[in-house]
Write a protein that binds this ligand. Structure first.
Ligand code: PMP
Length: 277
């Protein structure tokens, strides 16, 4: 079942107008929520980010937080979801093609809930990555539908047989194609500051909090490709991939070429934040 335009419909009858501004301009925002044991994880943080993205692009959300939450919870219940993800997006609505905001268009929300297994194999084994220039725009802090920069980067990785892409701007590492990047060097975590050049990941925030609680030094500062290559450990964080070690970058091993002890410890601490049924 899909929630679209104020109602819940079977997937086969869900449709959007060819004049939807999401389709023409990528004029909209989205969120991906995790469901563990039938319950949403860090829901308030996701709603806050959604509301901020909406505010920053001048989009009025069609429902209050409470109403949105009731819709998403009904999707979980309807699908009897245990471990799942909810995808939701809101576009600026349907109007004849013209760049400036249309007068009177009604924002369109779409949402669905899919079973999504925990990424256990990759969390254990780690993944490989390549580095590529970050050609995205300058508001990567907004979770908008304009994802072409990430799409092209990820496609390049796929063609080269790598699992993911680490993006950099003139040699300064920002994040991955759909996740944040954290490196470990001499016992401290380093990650790009949460400014306009990266998405303010919910998983990133949880991980940095857990590290600080353990007394691990956390340095939110820009670091270079060269520092990345000398890292003891590297891992990405995201709602879907959780904490996934990166064991090889541009064909060279990271540290010992296997998931490292800091990554393991944070995975363990993260596990304890997940409500189990
Ligand atoms: N950066 C980008 C570009 C992303 O698309 C995502 C996935 N939402 C993240 C970081 C990770 O954010 P989160 O932990 O909130 O899923």
């Amino acid at each position: 079942m899909i929630w679209i335009d104020d109602r819940l419909v079977p997937e086969s009858s869900a449709s959007v107008s060819y004049m939807d501004r999401g389709y023409y301009f990528g004029d909209g925002i989205y969120e991906v929520f995790r469901v563990y044991g039938g319950r949403m994880y860090e829901a308030d943080a996701h709603y806050e980010r959604l509301e901020r993205s909406a505010r920053e692009i001048g989009l009025k959300l069609p429902y209050t937080r409470k109403e949105t939450d009731a819709i998403l919870v009904s999707l979980i219940e309807r699908e009897k979801a245990r471990n799942a993800t909810i995808y939701m997006q809101v576009t600026r609505g349907v109007a004849p093609r013209s760049h400036a905001f249309p007068a009177g268009a009604k924002p369109v929300m779409m949402a669905y809930c899919n079973d999504t297994p925990r990424p256990t194999p990759t969390m254990e084994k780690g993944i490989t990555a390549i580095t590529r220039p970050d050609i995205r725009w300058l508001r990567c802090d907004l979770k908008t539908l304009n994802l072409l920069g990430s799409v092209l980067a990820k496609q390049e990785a796929a063609e080269l047989g790598a699992d993911d892409v680490i993006l950099h701007r003139d040699g300064v590492v920002t994040e991955c194609s759909a996740s944040n990047l954290i490196i470990v060097k001499d016992g401290a975590l380093h990650t790009h500051p949460a400014d306009h050049l990266i998405l303010h990941g919910i998983t990133r925030a949880v991980v940095l909090r857990l590290a600080r609680e353990r007394g691990v030094e956390v340095r939110e500062r820009p670091f270079t490709l060269e520092e990345l290559r000398k890292a003891d450990e590297a891992f990405l964080t995201s709602t879907i991939m959780e904490i996934t070690p990166i064991v090889q970058i541009d064909g060279l091993p990271v540290g010992g070429g296997e998931p490292g002890p800091f990554t393991h410890r944070l995975q363990h601490d993260f596990e304890a934040t997940i409500p189990h049924n």
